[in-house]
Design a protein around this ligand. Structure first.
Ligand SMILES: Cc1cc2nc3c(=O)[nH]c(=O)nc-3n(C[C@H](O)[C@H](O)[C@H](O)COP(=O)(O)O)c2cc1C
Length: 322
């Protein structure tokens, strides 16, 4: 039994954390609860040494999980404070959340709680309906509140992004190590982690601003359909480029995604253009060269229903309870 949090509270908090997005749905985190303090640790067993050698994507995912913790804490009535890399003696502790005593629900964050389990990555075609300007402003504000920035790409930047995407996809296809790593996590039936085929979306007929994560794998039985020509694409960037900035990018990403979900928007990611330094330098140039691109988002209203990926039971990533 925990000194401060009840079993039910821990369940609510860690279930929310585990709903966070992660590259290939690896869920690269573990949790520890020490009284009113929750630690999110990097789980090396769930790292991606080929596609994410620096651990940047894993840190982004941990940042997103930490934001979900804050949202769940808020709905339970706890204000919270987040520290990144709080303990030099334990570098595996990436994020630490300090919960204040329970009072009344904290509305500003708590109102996003329903969106935590609603949010999912949608890789299918989008409706030809633009995102209203006022909603874009709310998404920009969500990023800014967490110290990041959203850059919406215009048509010239989109053409250049399409080139970078072709380049990155071709490099992915030619890279056998990456292909083998993706095979471990993507395709087929999966009920705990990884990305099952049913959530990959259809195959685009022609060019589309969507990442086909099954690139190089057998896709013969997936539908091939036309995609929208002009999705809204935004690059989420941070001023700094270090381990703390990556976690901060994840925090900002999750706030943006939850606000997007609250407006019935869905998003998918085009992060293949950020996985090799040369392509990433190209994206950095596209957004003015002064900040660091961390995530490329394609956002809009879904034209089809989509299923959700599964999660490990948080108890399997739970280390200690004091
Ligand atoms: C850092 C990071 C990079 C990602 N890159 C991609 C990507 O390039 N393409 C994609 O389709 N999804 C990408 N995703 C989304 C994950 O595949 C997705 O979050 C995961 O499969 C869990 O599914 P869910 O988001 O539906 O809960 C990325 C997620 C994170 C956190």
């Amino acid at each position: 039994m925990n000194a401060v949090l009840t079993d039910d509270e821990v369940d609510i908090l860690l279930t929310a954390a585990a709903h966070a997005p992660s590259m290939y749905n690896t869920q690269p985190w573990r949790f520890e609860v020490h009284g009113p303090v929750i630690d999110v640790l990097a789980d090396e067993e769930r790292s991606l040494p080929i596609a994410d050698p620096s651990g940047r994507a894993a840190r982004v995912a941990i940042g997103a999980a930490a934001f979900n913790l804050r949202v769940a804490a808020a709905v339970l009535g706890h204000k919270s404070r987040l520290a990144i890399d709080p303990d030099p003696a334990r570098p595996e502790v990436v994020a630490r959340l300090f919960l204040d005593d329970r009072t009344a629900p904290v509305p500003e964050l708590g109102k996003l709680y329903a969106d935590v389990s609603e949010r999912h990555t949608y890789r299918g075609p989008l409706l030809d309906v633009p995102i209203p300007r006022r909603v874009q402003v709310h998404l920009d504000d969500a990023a800014r509140r967490e110290g990041a920035q959203l850059h919406w790409l215009g048509s010239t930047a989109m053409s250049r992004l399409a080139e970078l995407q072709r380049q990155a996809d071709a490099a992915d296809l030619a890279d056998e190590d990456r292909l083998n790593e993706r095979l471990r996590w993507v395709g087929g039936d999966r009920s705990r982690d990884g990305i099952p085929e049913e959530t990959l979306g259809p195959l685009p007929a022609g060019t589309a601003f969507v990442r086909d994560l099954s690139l190089g794998l057998d896709s013969s039985h997936r539908d091939r359909i036309g995609y929208e020509a002009h999705p809204a694409i935004a690059v989420l960037s941070t001023e700094d480029e270090d381990g703390a900035a990556w976690v901060g990018a994840g925090v900002a990403l999750e706030r943006v995604l939850l606000v997007a979900t609250s407006y019935d928007l869905t998003a998918s990611f085009l992060n293949q253009v950020l996985e090799r330094p040369a392509d990433r330098a190209g994206v950095r140039e596209l957004i003015g060269g002064r900040s660091w691109p961390q995530i490329v988002l394609r956002a809009g209203y879904p034209a089809q229903p989509a299923s959700h990926t599964s999660r490990l039971d948080w108890r399997s990533s739970f280390d200690q309870w004091f």
